[in-house]
Ligand binder design. Structure first.
Ligand code: UDH
Ligand code: NGS
Length: 292
Protein backbone atom coordinates (compact mmCIF):
# COMPACT_ATOMS: atom_id res chain seq x y z
CA UNK A 1 0.00 0.00 0.00
CA UNK A 2 1.52 3.29 -1.06
CA UNK A 3 1.02 6.30 1.11
CA UNK A 4 1.36 9.91 0.06
CA UNK A 5 4.10 11.52 2.06
CA UNK A 6 2.17 14.75 2.32
CA UNK A 7 0.00 13.73 5.17
CA UNK A 8 0.33 13.92 8.94
CA UNK A 9 3.41 15.94 9.87
CA UNK A 10 4.39 16.55 6.24
CA UNK A 11 1.43 18.65 5.28
CA UNK A 12 3.69 21.61 4.66
CA UNK A 13 6.05 21.03 1.74
CA UNK A 14 8.01 24.17 2.70
CA UNK A 15 9.50 22.41 5.69
CA UNK A 16 10.26 19.20 3.90
CA UNK A 17 13.21 20.47 1.95
CA UNK A 18 13.20 18.09 -0.98
CA UNK A 19 12.43 19.44 -4.37
CA UNK A 20 10.10 16.83 -5.78
CA UNK A 21 8.03 16.35 -2.69
CA UNK A 22 4.74 16.47 -4.45
CA UNK A 23 5.83 13.42 -6.46
CA UNK A 24 7.41 11.58 -3.58
CA UNK A 25 5.54 8.45 -2.80
CA UNK A 26 6.64 6.37 0.12
CA UNK A 27 5.57 3.13 1.58
CA UNK A 28 5.85 0.84 4.52
CA UNK A 29 6.95 -2.19 2.58
CA UNK A 30 8.50 -4.13 5.36
CA UNK A 31 5.66 -5.12 7.60
CA UNK A 32 7.64 -4.86 10.80
CA UNK A 33 5.92 -7.67 12.63
CA UNK A 34 6.89 -10.35 10.13
CA UNK A 35 10.65 -9.88 9.99
CA UNK A 36 13.76 -10.76 11.96
CA UNK A 37 17.27 -9.27 11.90
CA UNK A 38 18.41 -11.37 8.93
CA UNK A 39 15.74 -9.73 6.76
CA UNK A 40 17.96 -6.66 6.48
CA UNK A 41 20.77 -8.65 4.85
CA UNK A 42 18.51 -9.21 1.88
CA UNK A 43 18.23 -5.51 1.07
CA UNK A 44 21.48 -3.75 0.48
CA UNK A 45 21.62 -0.76 -1.79
CA UNK A 46 24.91 0.97 -1.18
CA UNK A 47 25.62 2.01 -4.75
CA UNK A 48 26.94 5.55 -4.91
CA UNK A 49 27.79 5.76 -1.22
CA UNK A 50 31.09 7.61 -0.86
CA UNK A 51 33.86 6.75 1.63
CA UNK A 52 32.87 7.83 5.12
CA UNK A 53 29.22 6.95 4.46
CA UNK A 54 28.41 10.14 2.54
CA UNK A 55 25.73 10.25 -0.08
CA UNK A 56 24.79 13.12 -2.37
CA UNK A 57 21.48 12.69 -4.08
CA UNK A 58 21.42 13.31 -7.79
CA UNK A 59 17.66 13.12 -8.00
CA UNK A 60 17.25 16.77 -7.05
CA UNK A 61 18.86 19.46 -5.00
CA UNK A 62 18.13 18.71 -1.39
CA UNK A 63 17.84 21.89 0.61
CA UNK A 64 18.88 20.10 3.78
CA UNK A 65 21.84 17.86 4.43
CA UNK A 66 21.42 15.40 7.26
CA UNK A 67 24.09 14.06 9.61
CA UNK A 68 23.22 10.77 11.29
CA UNK A 69 25.10 10.52 14.61
CA UNK A 70 25.38 7.05 16.14
CA UNK A 71 26.73 6.41 19.67
CA UNK A 72 28.59 3.14 19.70
CA UNK A 73 30.58 0.56 21.60
CA UNK A 74 31.07 -3.13 20.97
CA UNK A 75 27.97 -3.92 18.91
CA UNK A 76 29.63 -5.11 15.67
CA UNK A 77 26.62 -7.17 14.55
CA UNK A 78 24.33 -4.20 15.02
CA UNK A 79 26.67 -1.83 13.23
CA UNK A 80 26.93 -4.15 10.25
CA UNK A 81 23.15 -4.43 9.87
CA UNK A 82 22.53 -0.76 10.66
CA UNK A 83 25.11 0.61 8.25
CA UNK A 84 23.77 -1.34 5.28
CA UNK A 85 20.11 -0.87 6.12
CA UNK A 86 20.35 2.86 6.76
CA UNK A 87 21.88 3.58 3.35
CA UNK A 88 19.27 1.45 1.62
CA UNK A 89 16.55 3.35 3.47
CA UNK A 90 17.98 6.87 3.04
CA UNK A 91 18.85 6.53 -0.63
CA UNK A 92 15.18 5.92 -1.36
CA UNK A 93 14.37 9.25 0.25
CA UNK A 94 16.60 11.15 -2.19
CA UNK A 95 18.34 13.16 0.47
CA UNK A 96 22.00 14.03 0.98
CA UNK A 97 23.54 12.78 4.18
CA UNK A 98 26.57 11.49 6.09
CA UNK A 99 26.80 8.74 8.71
CA UNK A 100 29.01 9.25 11.80
CA UNK A 101 29.74 6.47 14.28
CA UNK A 102 31.20 7.63 17.58
CA UNK A 103 32.91 4.93 19.53
CA UNK A 104 33.91 5.46 23.14
CA UNK A 105 37.12 3.73 24.21
CA UNK A 106 37.16 1.64 27.31
CA UNK A 107 37.54 1.81 30.30
CA UNK A 108 35.11 4.72 30.64
CA UNK A 109 31.50 3.83 31.42
CA UNK A 110 29.35 4.43 28.31
CA UNK A 111 27.99 7.95 27.91
CA UNK A 112 25.45 8.35 25.11
CA UNK A 113 24.89 12.12 25.49
CA UNK A 114 28.61 12.91 25.47
CA UNK A 115 29.13 10.84 22.31
CA UNK A 116 26.23 12.55 20.58
CA UNK A 117 27.69 15.98 21.37
CA UNK A 118 31.06 14.87 20.03
CA UNK A 119 29.39 13.46 16.91
CA UNK A 120 27.72 16.81 16.31
CA UNK A 121 31.10 18.58 16.56
CA UNK A 122 32.80 16.11 14.23
CA UNK A 123 30.00 16.32 11.64
CA UNK A 124 30.09 20.12 11.76
CA UNK A 125 33.82 20.07 11.17
CA UNK A 126 33.46 17.75 8.19
CA UNK A 127 30.65 19.20 6.16
CA UNK A 128 27.68 21.51 5.81
CA UNK A 129 24.81 19.88 7.71
CA UNK A 130 21.43 21.40 8.53
CA UNK A 131 19.78 18.49 10.28
CA UNK A 132 21.24 16.23 12.97
CA UNK A 133 19.63 12.88 13.68
CA UNK A 134 20.83 11.26 16.88
CA UNK A 135 20.36 7.57 16.26
CA UNK A 136 20.75 4.37 18.31
CA UNK A 137 22.56 1.64 16.39
CA UNK A 138 19.99 -1.00 17.28
CA UNK A 139 16.99 0.75 15.69
CA UNK A 140 16.33 0.14 11.99
CA UNK A 141 13.70 2.35 10.35
CA UNK A 142 11.23 0.41 8.26
CA UNK A 143 8.74 2.98 7.01
CA UNK A 144 10.04 5.10 4.14
CA UNK A 145 7.55 7.82 4.98
CA UNK A 146 9.63 8.62 8.05
CA UNK A 147 11.67 11.31 6.30
CA UNK A 148 15.16 11.87 7.67
CA UNK A 149 14.88 15.63 7.51
CA UNK A 150 14.31 18.28 10.15
CA UNK A 151 11.52 20.79 10.44
CA UNK A 152 10.63 23.72 12.62
CA UNK A 153 9.88 21.47 15.58
CA UNK A 154 12.27 19.01 17.16
CA UNK A 155 11.14 15.54 16.13
CA UNK A 156 11.13 12.33 18.06
CA UNK A 157 11.31 9.83 15.22
CA UNK A 158 11.29 6.39 16.89
CA UNK A 159 7.79 6.41 18.30
CA UNK A 160 7.29 2.70 17.71
CA UNK A 161 9.78 -0.11 17.88
CA UNK A 162 9.41 -3.87 18.13
CA UNK A 163 10.42 -3.77 21.81
CA UNK A 164 7.11 -1.98 22.42
CA UNK A 165 5.09 -4.82 20.89
CA UNK A 166 4.17 -6.32 24.21
CA UNK A 167 3.27 -3.02 25.82
CA UNK A 168 -0.30 -1.97 26.23
CA UNK A 169 -1.49 -0.65 22.85
CA UNK A 170 2.10 -1.06 21.56
CA UNK A 171 2.76 2.36 23.05
CA UNK A 172 5.96 4.18 23.92
CA UNK A 173 7.16 3.62 27.50
CA UNK A 174 5.79 7.04 28.52
CA UNK A 175 4.39 10.10 26.80
CA UNK A 176 7.53 12.24 27.12
CA UNK A 177 9.89 9.52 25.94
CA UNK A 178 12.34 10.80 23.31
CA UNK A 179 14.91 7.99 23.34
CA UNK A 180 16.13 6.09 20.30
CA UNK A 181 16.08 8.52 17.38
CA UNK A 182 15.77 12.30 17.65
CA UNK A 183 16.06 14.92 14.88
CA UNK A 184 17.13 18.48 15.62
CA UNK A 185 18.21 21.36 13.42
CA UNK A 186 21.48 23.10 14.16
CA UNK A 187 19.58 25.98 15.79
CA UNK A 188 17.47 23.70 17.96
CA UNK A 189 20.54 21.76 19.13
CA UNK A 190 22.54 24.89 19.94
CA UNK A 191 19.63 26.54 21.69
CA UNK A 192 19.52 23.75 24.28
CA UNK A 193 23.35 23.52 24.51
CA UNK A 194 23.24 19.97 23.16
CA UNK A 195 22.97 16.93 25.40
CA UNK A 196 24.27 16.74 28.94
CA UNK A 197 27.77 15.27 29.21
CA UNK A 198 27.17 14.03 32.73
CA UNK A 199 25.12 10.85 32.26
CA UNK A 200 27.58 7.97 32.52
CA UNK A 201 25.84 4.60 32.20
CA UNK A 202 22.31 3.75 31.14
CA UNK A 203 19.29 6.04 31.42
CA UNK A 204 18.20 9.62 31.78
CA UNK A 205 20.19 11.53 29.14
CA UNK A 206 17.18 11.49 26.79
CA UNK A 207 14.86 12.70 29.57
CA UNK A 208 17.38 15.46 30.28
CA UNK A 209 17.18 16.49 26.62
CA UNK A 210 13.40 16.53 26.88
CA UNK A 211 13.72 18.94 29.83
CA UNK A 212 16.18 21.13 27.93
CA UNK A 213 13.80 21.44 24.99
CA UNK A 214 11.04 22.42 27.38
CA UNK A 215 13.12 25.02 29.23
CA UNK A 216 14.14 26.62 25.93
CA UNK A 217 10.62 26.40 24.45
CA UNK A 218 11.70 24.26 21.53
CA UNK A 219 8.48 22.60 20.45
CA UNK A 220 8.71 18.83 20.11
CA UNK A 221 6.69 16.65 17.74
CA UNK A 222 6.38 12.92 18.10
CA UNK A 223 6.16 11.35 14.66
CA UNK A 224 2.94 9.44 14.15
CA UNK A 225 3.73 5.93 15.43
CA UNK A 226 2.36 4.39 12.23
CA UNK A 227 5.24 6.18 10.50
CA UNK A 228 7.94 6.25 13.19
CA UNK A 229 8.37 2.47 12.94
CA UNK A 230 11.61 0.75 13.85
CA UNK A 231 12.81 -2.81 14.09
CA UNK A 232 14.76 -3.15 17.36
CA UNK A 233 17.76 -5.45 17.00
CA UNK A 234 17.92 -7.75 20.02
CA UNK A 235 20.79 -7.38 22.47
CA UNK A 236 21.79 -8.39 25.97
CA UNK A 237 22.97 -6.04 28.69
CA UNK A 238 26.18 -4.19 27.87
CA UNK A 239 28.82 -4.69 30.56
CA UNK A 240 30.17 -1.13 30.21
CA UNK A 241 26.75 0.50 30.50
CA UNK A 242 25.23 -0.22 33.92
CA UNK A 243 22.14 1.66 35.04
CA UNK A 244 23.28 5.06 36.25
CA UNK A 245 22.30 5.50 39.90
CA UNK A 246 22.92 9.27 39.67
CA UNK A 247 20.41 9.84 36.89
CA UNK A 248 17.45 10.86 39.06
CA UNK A 249 19.52 13.39 41.01
CA UNK A 250 20.94 14.82 37.79
CA UNK A 251 17.48 15.09 36.27
CA UNK A 252 16.41 17.41 39.07
CA UNK A 253 19.17 19.83 38.09
CA UNK A 254 18.78 20.14 34.34
CA UNK A 255 17.61 23.73 34.44
CA UNK A 256 20.47 24.74 36.72
CA UNK A 257 23.23 22.88 34.86
CA UNK A 258 22.27 23.16 31.22
CA UNK A 259 23.94 26.51 30.57
CA UNK A 260 27.35 25.08 31.39
CA UNK A 261 26.89 21.34 30.89
CA UNK A 262 26.54 20.38 27.25
CA UNK A 263 27.90 21.34 23.89
CA UNK A 264 29.69 24.36 25.34
CA UNK A 265 31.73 22.12 27.66
CA UNK A 266 32.29 19.04 25.54
CA UNK A 267 35.46 20.33 23.85
CA UNK A 268 37.47 19.84 27.05
CA UNK A 269 36.15 16.38 27.77
CA UNK A 270 37.46 14.23 24.96
CA UNK A 271 40.22 13.59 22.51
CA UNK A 272 39.95 11.86 19.17
CA UNK A 273 42.15 8.77 19.00
CA UNK A 274 41.38 7.82 15.43
CA UNK A 275 39.09 8.87 12.62
CA UNK A 276 38.58 6.72 9.55
CA UNK A 277 36.42 7.29 6.51
CA UNK A 278 35.26 3.72 6.29
CA UNK A 279 33.26 2.19 3.49
CA UNK A 280 29.79 2.90 4.91
CA UNK A 281 30.40 5.40 7.72
CA UNK A 282 32.87 7.78 9.28
CA UNK A 283 34.25 6.07 12.36
CA UNK A 284 35.60 8.14 15.21
CA UNK A 285 37.21 6.61 18.25
CA UNK A 286 37.27 8.91 21.24
CA UNK A 287 38.75 8.86 24.70
CA UNK A 288 36.91 10.70 27.42
CA UNK A 289 39.05 12.68 29.86
CA UNK A 290 36.56 12.19 32.66
CA UNK A 291 34.59 9.38 34.14
CA UNK A 292 31.62 9.11 36.44
N1 UDH B 1 25.36 1.58 22.91
C1 UDH B 1 26.41 0.83 22.39
N2 UDH B 1 27.12 0.02 23.21
C2 UDH B 1 26.87 -0.08 24.53
C3 UDH B 1 25.79 0.67 25.06
C4 UDH B 1 25.05 1.47 24.23
O1 UDH B 1 26.69 0.90 21.19
O2 UDH B 1 27.58 -0.82 25.22
C5 UDH B 1 24.66 2.56 22.05
C6 UDH B 1 23.88 1.93 20.93
O3 UDH B 1 23.78 2.83 19.87
C7 UDH B 1 22.53 1.73 21.59
C8 UDH B 1 22.40 3.04 22.37
O4 UDH B 1 23.71 3.30 22.82
O5 UDH B 1 21.52 1.52 20.65
C9 UDH B 1 21.40 3.00 23.52
O6 UDH B 1 21.71 1.94 24.41
P1 UDH B 1 20.71 0.73 24.67
O7 UDH B 1 20.41 0.03 23.40
O8 UDH B 1 21.31 -0.11 25.77
O9 UDH B 1 19.44 1.43 25.19
P2 UDH B 1 18.09 0.72 25.41
O10 UDH B 1 17.25 1.71 26.16
O11 UDH B 1 18.53 -0.50 26.36
O12 UDH B 1 17.59 0.18 24.13
C10 UDH B 1 17.67 -1.30 26.97
C11 UDH B 1 18.50 -2.22 27.85
C12 UDH B 1 18.51 -1.76 29.25
C13 UDH B 1 19.78 -2.17 29.97
C14 UDH B 1 19.82 -1.61 31.34
C15 UDH B 1 21.19 -1.52 32.00
N3 UDH B 1 22.24 -2.29 31.53
C1 NGS C 1 13.53 5.45 31.13
C2 NGS C 1 14.91 6.07 31.11
C3 NGS C 1 15.23 6.55 29.71
C4 NGS C 1 15.13 5.39 28.73
C5 NGS C 1 13.76 4.75 28.85
C6 NGS C 1 13.78 3.53 27.97
O1 NGS C 1 13.24 4.99 32.39
O2 NGS C 1 16.54 7.08 29.67
O3 NGS C 1 13.50 4.38 30.20
O4 NGS C 1 12.71 2.75 28.21
N1 NGS C 1 14.94 7.19 32.06
C7 NGS C 1 15.52 7.10 33.25
O5 NGS C 1 16.08 6.10 33.64
C8 NGS C 1 15.45 8.32 34.13
S1 NGS C 1 12.72 1.30 27.62
O6 NGS C 1 12.79 1.38 26.18
O7 NGS C 1 13.88 0.57 28.16
O8 NGS C 1 11.46 0.77 28.10
O9 NGS C 1 15.31 5.81 27.40
Amino acid sequence: VLKEIRSEKYNDSRTLGICNVSNYVCSDQTGIRNINSSYFNTLTDIKGVLPGGMYETDACISSQRTAIIVPYRDRPEHLEIFSKAIHTFLKKQNISYGIYVLELSLPTTFNRGLLLNIGYEVAKSEGQYDCFIFHDVDLIPTNECNMYLCDENAQHMSTFNTKFLNREKNAMPYANYIGGVLALTDDQFRKVNGFSNLYFGWGGEDDDMFARLKVKHVVLTHVNPDIGQYFALPHSNDPGNPKNPARFTLLKKTRELMATDGLSAVGNLYSIQKKEHRFLYTWVNVVCNQTD
